[in-house]
Design a protein around this ligand. Structure first.
Ligand code: SAM
Length: 336
């Protein structure tokens, strides 16, 4: 539904495509509302557990006719496989379920906080992690981000090949999911995960499940908007990761952090970055921009602008790697 207008500048037959696109997005909130209800009532979990309709009625407490309608909506939307019989989640859907739960909590927080209206009025962004949050919210957020950790670690390994015994600094590394996935592949490497204080507890929980890694991975609480405090950590690293983080910082903060890395990183240090750039595809891409706006960021570099930003910060010849099937890109630079 995010297609562009036709080349002739007209939008299909009598502008109907444009009207449909507008109406689709205007009404998409209904599906969001239903998904959050379905998740809260245990329907999505019940589908993941393979329950039949009668069992789903038992789990959700919903009216059977209403449940049948909801399943039909989900079938038409491609969330549940088509056809009768026992309803099943479509392939791949299950992996995103923790994200739905986290999204529901964050959406409620932003709504109550009036985040979008405030950001649009220039009253500053509202990052939920800057405000006190129940620990379940932080844990859900960390768990949702951790879903992609294994795939992310694979990409990092492709870019930073000689890092098996490196000292790795993961800036904005959340609860350490990516660092812990990398630690398995690089058994002699050590890791410092930097994120804000609320992520420390989820980091401890994740590490608790992998006690063998405790000697090699630590957490350091820092705010990347004040990068001066990172000089010593940057100077001690062989590999620095900045994965899906820079776009969350204010414009000047992005360049300040890159400048701090350039000023303190050792020659030969590898920096791996991941960003959803404005020329990245996929239906989700414009929705992420709304997320960032709420957090006070107006990041919209395309891949070329982002590479030029790296060069301006003193990192020549950035290497870029597009991720098959994903809208975001990896970049790699070596500190000269
Ligand atoms: C989208 S997540 C990416 C997490 C991880 N790097 C990954 O790729 O899975 C962004 C992370 O950056 C962190 N972050 C955002 N702004 C930050 C700041 N000002 N200081 C420290 N961490 C920050 C968030 O807390 C979050 O953990």
């Amino acid at each position: 539904m995010t297609g562009e207008a036709g080349e002739d500048g007209k939008d299909g037959k009598d502008g109907k495509d444009g009207a449909n696109r507008l109406l689709f997005w205007a009404m998409a909130g209904k599906m969001t509302e239903l998904l959050f209800e379905a998740d809260g009532a245990g329907l999505l979990g019940g589908l993941a557990d393979g329950l039949d309709e009668a069992e789903l009625v038992g789990r959700t407490g919903w009216n059977p006719e209403a449940l049948a309608s909801v399943l039909e909506v989900f079938r038409r939307a491609g969330i549940v496989t088509p056809g009768g019989g026992r309803p099943r989640l479509a392939p791949g859907v299950e992996t995103a379920l923790p994200l739905v739960a986290a999204e529901a909590r964050l959406a409620a927080w932003h709504r109550d906080n009036g985040s979008l209206a405030r950001a649009l009025a220039g009253e500053g962004g509202s990052d939920p992690l800057d405000a006190p949050q129940p620990s379940a919210v932080i844990r859900g957020f960390a768990e949702a981000m951790g879903q992609a950790a294994r795939g992310t670690a694979l990409m990092v390994r492709r870019l930073a090949r000689r890092a098996a015994d490196a000292r790795v600094l993961d800036l904005g590394g959340a609860d350490g999911a990516v660092a812990m996935a990398l630690a398995g592949a690089w058994p002699a490497a050590t890791f410092t995960v930097v994120d804000r204080k609320p992520l420390h507890a989820p980091f401890g929980q994740r590490l608790g499940a992998e006690p063998a890694l405790a000697a090699r991975i630590r957490f350091a609480a820092h705010d990347l908007r004040h990068p001066q405090s990172l000089a010593a950590l940057i100077g001690a690293a062989d590999v620095i990761l900045l994965l899906n983080v820079l776009h969350l910082l204010p414009e000047a903060g992005i360049d300040a952090l890159l400048g701090e890395i350039r000023a303190h990183a050792r020659a030969g240090c590898t920096v791996v970055l991941r960003e959803l750039t404005a020329d990245g595809g996929g239906d989700l891409a414009p929705l992420f921009l709304i997320d960032w706006l709420r957090c006070g960021s107006c990041f919209r570099d395309d891949a070329g602008a982002f590479a030029r930003r790296l060069v301006r910060a003193g990192f020549p010849a950035p290497r870029e790697l597009a991720l098959a099937g994903a809208p975001d890109r990896f970049f790699m630079v070596e500190v000269p």
